[in-house]
Design a protein. Sequence first.
Length: 136
Amino acid sequence: MDVTDSRSQTGETGRGRPSALQEFKCPIRDVLDRVGDAWSVLVVTNLAEGPTRFNELKRRIEGISQRMLTVTLRHLERDGLVSRTVMPTTPPQVEYALTELGHSLCRPLDVLADWATANQPLIRASRERYDAESGG
């Protein structure tokens, strides 16, 4: 399995995102660039509970700014993990939901969350030991 970062030199959109035509030799890096960031994980796990409006998501995800939530939702929508539905109301309301592909991501994220919960005390203890030994 080739896990090197072998992105083609062309196809950038100019906004730090690859274009749809850009070739990735490493599918792991391509996918983890999106689902590996904390905000995406939190948005997906919150949407696993069902379709949710923007402001409700913002209330549920502690510390996320309006701008970061907007950017994260756009990226997840672009990658086919989230759908966006505009409700014909006044004012218009927007609801976000996981797609079938987005739902398929929930199980691996649940496993990762369980691992993180079980191992956080060990990781924190290791950090404290390291910092004490290295003067950091």
